[in-house]
Write a protein that binds this ligand. Structure first.
Ligand SMILES: [Zn+2]
Length: 106
């Protein structure tokens, strides 16, 4: 009976540790993503043609490794030349916003 109790406690601790570790890794990923070019309105990707946005969307990967597809697009009030592309992961449905500078659009 005592052994069973120890096994149960150890299992709970292992599951809890894995969940905590996974969450920590995810938060680290989110913090890093903010600093990447194209992932914040302060540092958007500069595009020359509208179709360039598709190239960036195809290259983008979610933290789970899944590809993303664009779901919506809208302008930013505070940054008049920046467009936001709202993308979603095909695997985990994580929403990823990509920012594009359209000032030099031809
Ligand atoms: Zn994903």
């Amino acid at each position: 009976m005592e052994v069973l109790g120890i096994v149960v406690i150890a299992s709970v601790l292992i599951v809890g540790y894995r969940a905590w570790n996974k969450r920590r890794a995810y938060q680290g990923y989110l913090a890093k993503r903010e600093d990447l070019e194209g992932h914040s309105p302060k540092e958007p990707w500069t595009i020359l043609q509208h179709k360039d946005m598709e190239i960036y969307v195809k290259r983008e990967r979610c933290h789970c490794g899944g590809k993303v597809y664009s779901r919506a697009e809208y302008p930013l009030e505070d940054y008049p030349h920046v467009r936001v592309l709202v993308c979603e992961c095909v695997r985990c449905e994580e929403v990823i916003r990509l920012y594009f500078q359209r000032e030099y659009l031809q």
